[in-house]
Write a protein that binds this ligand. Structure first.
Ligand code: GN1
Ligand code: MG
Length: 365
């Protein structure tokens, strides 16, 4: 459908493009790995930005320039072996290329010698995933939020998602099946509590800071040689927000060892040991910038983010799959069920998880 080679060549010259293949399994953008004949930069990542979701993709590129340079410099100054993807310029010197159909393409460097995983392999991996988030937030923590555009308005803002859900549901006029009924009841039972983080922000308890926005397990790059996390990729949602969105998202994605795409949603559960290891890794770096109120909302964030994601999937299911890419018509319903089951399991373990948080926090502070 697209002439991938000629699009890739917008970013590869003077090198020749040898191959372009699909890469990763993002739910929003289309991602490709480009192989070139360059000896220094054999691969790079080419992406078509979904402009229905990201309506101002140029703002994303502006952000990426600003924070990747800032973070790269800080990592260097402080002696961390941390890598930030580089934005690759197109032939005309811009940070992107718009094709004749108006598609928005951009290229970023590939992190060599590293790979990512959809599911946590073991406890050391879990620790590295948490550490990656702590490192990312640490390196960006001194970048003034005024330097970051809001690339996706309303992202992670729970009251907005609830409003959107109500609008879609009231227009839908459908007869729910048993699974949809479960989801409807699930949302109803938790909707009043779900404002917890935004309330804390409004009350001045939690500050707005730069966040990653999407620190799930498969965005953490693990160095093959050492097993250490060396980068956190997928940077479109880096913008001002609450660091708790990141904490909850990272832990909900890692501690669900069946993965978010499993069809066995009834078996989905939270693995406390993995959650603990992620938190432990996170705090080794995050303790340098967290303040005491931040710790008070860690449990809420772990419970809220899977609920939020489940609600977003469920809303999209009701809306006819207009936001997340799907492989079959019930895909978003299945994904919602997975996240709701995970939330339920977190609720069942609340006492144990709160104890883990206490132990990890007292060790780190
Ligand atoms: C989307 O496209 P991808 O897979 O990187 C979504 C995240 C969700 C994630 C769930 C901009 O990310 O918020 O957590 O799916 N990104 C956006 O897998 O909505
Ligand atoms: Mg993403």
């Amino acid at each position: 459908m697209y002439n991938y080679t000629s699009i890739a060549e917008q970013f590869s010259l003077p090198n020749r493009v040898i191959k372009v293949r699909e890469f990763g399994n993002g739910n929003i953008n289309d991602t490709y790995l480009v192989t070139t004949d360059s000896v220094v930069e054999e691969y790079f990542v080419l992406q078509r930005i979904n402009t229905h979701v990201f309506r101002q993709p140029k703002l994303i590129m502006q952000n990426m320039r600003a924070f990747t340079e800032h973070m790269r410099q800080r990592a260097k100054d402080e002696g961390y072996g941390w890598k930030m993807p580089r934005v690759l310029a197109a032939q005309d010197g811009q940070d992107f290329y718009v094709d004749s159909d108006g598609n928005f393409w951009r290229a970023i460097s590939f992190i060599h010698g590293a790979q990512s995983f959809d599911i946590i392999k073991d406890i050391p991996h879990a620790r590295q995933v948490g550490l990656a988030l702590g490192m990312f937030q640490y390196l960006i923590s001194d970048l003034p939020i005024a330097k970051l555009n809001d690339t996706l308005e309303g992202f992670h803002i729970m009251p907005r998602y609830l409003q959107n859900f109500d609008t879609v549901y009231s227009k839908n006029g459908f007869k729910p099946n048993a699974e949809e009924r479960y989801c409807l009841d699930f949302v109803r039972a938790r909707r009043d509590w779900a404002h917890v983080l935004e309330d804390a922000r409004e009350q001045g308890k939690l500050p707005i800071r730069p966040v990653h926005g999407d620190p799930k397990v498969n965005n953490v790059m693990i160095e093959e040689r050492t097993g250490n996390a060396i980068s956190l990729v997928d940077l479109d949602t880096v913008k001002p927000g609450l660091i708790h969105y990141d904490i909850g998202d990272c832990i909900r994605s890692g501690a669900n060892i069946l993965g978010e795409e499993t069809e066995q949603w009834e078996a989905v559960h939270f693995e406390p040991d993995i959650g603990a290891a992620i938190l432990e890794g996170y705090l080794t770096q995050a303790r340098y910038f967290l303040v005491s109120a931040d710790y008070d909302y860690i449990f809420d964030s772990i419970r809220l983010l899977p609920f939020e994601l489940g609600l977003r999937f469920f809303t999209d299911h009701l809306a006819g799959n207009v936001y997340f890419k799907v492989k079959h018509p019930e895909h978003n319903l299945q994904r919602a069920l997975v996240q709701f089951k995970l939330t339920e399991s977190i609720e069942a373990y609340e006492g144990a998880i709160r104890k883990i948080i206490q132990v990890m926090v007292s060790r780190a502070t």
